[in-house]
Write a protein that binds this ligand. Structure first.
Ligand SMILES: OC[C@H]1O[C@H](O[C@H]2O[C@H](CO)[C@@H](O)[C@H](O)[C@H]2O)[C@H](O)[C@@H](O)[C@@H]1O
Length: 572
């Protein structure tokens, strides 16, 4: 079975051994600082991530900093210690006005007639200036001083505590940038991720050394496709193509691939999330250690740590979706779940690669990936589709054999709980260069009816689940990416009724983003879908603002659906 890393170094082969050892030494020091800070400041409002993001000052020496760390500092001691050895958090990712930003770009949102909607859209568009960064030179020159990973191109960060690039967030950032006509910045984002694939063999969760033990929902090929569709730049596709193949191999490796036989004896391959890590997440180590204190043996702790990191790989950290008991985080079982959305994204990757291969004249590769996508489509239909519920359901593998060998499909192993992810395959109806539709209009309408009856639709958008666990990827939170994936799927299903529902979802989402923006002056990471104008909560950190993917989805919705002159944008 694939084993999780037991060393304290990032669990990957990026860079030299020396660089990896230096990164690990810095991380070990920063985690000690994090624990000392918790002792000094107490748990109220404490954000452990801040301490692992601190850059070591050019004048400071890591060994001296380690030796000088007080065991039980007062808040004032802590401040003095940090000022002596560390730079300001975020100072190694320098704000850098994007070179292709225009305050009111020609051709911006031609279908938005409402003056109020347009004025706000221009403000959201202007937020790219706040979120665009350049990685400081010192990060490349002295990786022993930074947990930040070097990136050569412009970067767009989500915002607030998320002061580095994130993998799946970048897809919606790219979508927004393309609406903003910022094609060069959109390409830069993709090129950064492609370079990370070159270095690590996959796109890490985020561009920090402590995120290199796992990936995130794989949407790189989708970003490439969007950039290609907006620019027609075949050279760009040619230049990144090899990285897409490399990323595909990562998701097909034994770490992620699971073999399962259906009731007709047909064998399928589907993917799961699994991080190569069995220790606390450095960015949340104090939280993970506290949770793990509830389990006894070292082996049980290591298993729990791996499940936590694997859940972070899913992007849905955390949610009842991954727990055997929705009130107990120690029951996370992510590595033994075949998720609907992950397999949707890999199917999409396979289709995209097949289409790109044709574009660059590599017919053999195209054929191979077309076959792979056909096989995954059959697997999704055989293992994940539930015709009684008219939804795709996550499949839970038995947990007693380390997810090895060939599994036998059982109908009661599909998770019948309702999650927004159960509807994500609809998204496959949209955005192919080729013409194949994933669900025909009749099936899309049945799935739509199932969505309407699911209890997920609320005044301010689609809820993540039906269960309020106080985890952030559960009720009553709604997340921009989920609204977008489902609305786009409905819009492109070939059914007029589904397209109407898509517009309705987009309208609710735009209105709640607008009302909350008016009330707070900022865009939020997540929203509470129970009422228009409320931002979301729950989870292990304070609600964040900025915010990359929310901005991208609002701009994308306004482009796709327009906003008529007389359409009210204030919540009714
Ligand atoms: O610090 C805790 C966790 O934070 C991240 O997850 C959340 O924010 C990301 C950035 O917007 C987003 O991609 C993810 O879906 C959110 O749940 C981070 O990705 C986690 O790895 C990290 O442990």
């Amino acid at each position: 079975a694939p084993t999780a890393s037991t060393s304290s170094a990032p669990a990957v082969d990026g860079g030299t051994d020396e660089a990896a050892a230096a990164a690990a030494a810095l991380l070990a020091l920063l985690q000690r600082v994090q624990s000392a800070a918790l002792r000094a400041l107490g748990p109220d409002g404490f954000d452990p991530k801040l301490y692992v993001d601190l850059p070591l000052l050019p004048t400071a020496d890591a060994r001296a900093a380690a030796a000088a760390l007080p065991a039980a500092p007062s808040p004032a001691d802590l401040d003095a210690y940090l000022a002596r050895y560390f730079g300001a958090v975020g100072s190694d990712l320098v704000p850098a006005g994007p070179r292709d930003f225009r305050p009111d770009p020609p051709g911006f949102l031609p279908r938005v007639g409402s003056r109020e909607a347009r004025a706000w859209a221009l403000q959201v568009h202007a937020l790219w200036k706040n979120l665009t960064r350049r990685v400081a030179k010192d990060v490349e020159e002295r990786p022993d001083r930074h947990t930040l990973l070097p990136l050569r191109h412009s970067a767009v960060v989500p915002g607030s505590r998320f002061r580095e690039v994130y993998y799946w967030d970048s897809y919606w950032v790219v979508r927004g940038l393309l609406v903003s006509k910022m094609y060069e910045t959109a390409k830069d984002i993709v090129l950064n991720l492609v370079e990370l694939v070159g270095k690590y063999g996959f796109v890490p969760n985020g561009a920090r050394s402590y995120y290199t033990n796992r990936s995130q929902p794989p949407l790189l090929s989708s970003m490439v496709l969007e950039v290609y569709m907006a620019t027609g730049d075949v050279e760009f596709v040619r230049c990144v193509f090899h990285s897409l193949l490399k990323e595909h191999s990562f998701w097909m490796s034994e770490v992620h691939n699971v073999v399962i036989m259906d009731n007709h004896g047909q064998v399928h391959n589907l993917a799961r999330y699994q991080a190569r890590w069995n220790k606390p997440r450095p960015e949340s180590a104090t939280i993970d250690e506290e949770l793990a204190s509830k389990v006894n043996s070292t082996a049980a702790k290591e298993k729990l740590y791996q499940e936590i990191a694997s859940t972070a790989e899913s992007g849905w950290d955390f949610s009842s979706r991954w727990m055997r008991n929705s009130t107990d985080m120690t029951t996370l079982t992510t590595t033994c779940i075949l998720p609907v959305d992950l397999n949707t994204f890999i199917f999409k990757m396979e289709r995209d690669i097949a289409d790109f291969a044709i574009l660059i004249g590599d017919n053999a590769t195209s054929e191979k990936f077309l076959e792979a996508s056909k096989a995954r489509r059959i697997a999704i239909d055989s293992i994940l589709w539930n015709s009684d519920m008219e939804q795709w359901l996550d499949y839970w593998l038995p947990t007693d054999r380390g997810c090895q060998g060939v599994y036998q499909w059982k109908s009661n192993s599909q998770n019948r709980n309702i999650f927004a992810s159960n509807f994500v395959p609809l998204w496959l109806n949209a955005h192919h260069l080729g013409s194949v539709q994933f669900a025909d209009p009749a099936k899309s309408e049945r799935v739509m009816a199932s969505l309407q009856a699911s209890g997920l639709l609320h005044p301010a958008g689609i809820a993540t689940s039906l269960t309020n666990t106080s985890q952030q990827w559960d009720f009553p939170n709604g997340w921009a990416p989920l609204q977008h994936l489902i609305a786009e799927g409905l819009l492109h299903s070939g059914s007029k009724e589904a397209a109407k529902l898509a517009e309705d979802i987009a309208t609710r989402w735009v209105r709640t983003n607008y009302a909350t923006y008016k009330a707070t002056g900022t865009m939020h990471e997540k929203y509470d879908v129970e009422a228009c104008g409320k931002f979301g909560g729950g989870g292990e950190y304070k609600p964040q603002t900025g915010f990359g993917w929310s901005n991208g989805v609002v701009l994308s919705f306004l482009e796709e659906f327009g906003w008529a002159e007389d359409k009210e944008i204030i919540c009714s």
